[in-house]
Design a protein around this ligand. Sequence first.
Ligand code: MN
Length: 237
Amino acid sequence: MDYVFAPAPPVTVPIAEPATAAVSRRFPVHRIYCVGRNYEAHAREMGHDPDREPPFFFAKPADAVLNVTTGATGEFPYPARSSNVHYEMELVVAIGKGGRDISAALALEHVYGYALGLDMTRRDLQAEAKKLGRPWETAKGFDHSAPLGPIHPVAQAGHIEHGAIWLNVNEVEKQRSDVSQLIWSIPETIAFLSTFFELQPGDLIFTGTPEGVGAVARGDLMTGGIDGLGQFSVRVV
Ligand code: MN
C-alpha cells in the first residue's frame, strides 16, 4: 500500500521537562476542543447572562497549533479575511487517558498536564456567524489560531485548580482573573465533553477565557501567564 502523497506529519507539542532532564519528549495532539463562555465576567462582556447554562463546545483542527517554545517569542500571522482579531488567554488541559461518560469525580485521572494557550478569534466573522446562525469554523479554526506553550505534566506541576491567569498586550494588562473563577471546573468540563465525544489521549481542551478580550494588530506583543505554568509571549506578525 502506498499513500498517494506523503501524509502530514503528526502535530506535537513539547513537554516542559525539568532543566536537569536527559530526555526531550513530545505530546502528540489528537483533537482540540474549546469551551465557550466559561468565566462569568467574559460571558457578560459578550452580552450573555451566565446563569450556569450547560457548557458548550467548539473545535479547532489539531494543526491549528502554533508551538511557542520556552524562551522564544512565538509569531502569530495576522489572518486574512478579518479586521478584528481578538486574543483569548486560556488554561489548556491535555488529556492523557481517553474515555467516554467520564465522571467528574474521576476526571482528573484523565489529565496528562496543562499548558498556556491563546484561542485567537476572528471576532468580526464570529459576530456575523452568530447573527446568521452559521458555524464558527472560519472565526475559530483558522491556521495558527491556537498558540500553545509546552505541556507541564501533572507529575511535575500538579493540577491547576486556582491561581492567576493574565494577559498583557504591549506590557499593558488586558486580562486578569483566577482559574478558580471557571464557571465549569475542569472535572465538570471533562465529564460533560465526554458525553458528546469519546475523549482520546492527545486531546486538548481550551477551557475558556476571562474578561478583557480585545483586538490586536500586527506588531503587538501578547504576553500571558498562569500561576504554576509560567508565561509565554507571542508577537502578531
Ligand atoms: Mn475561547
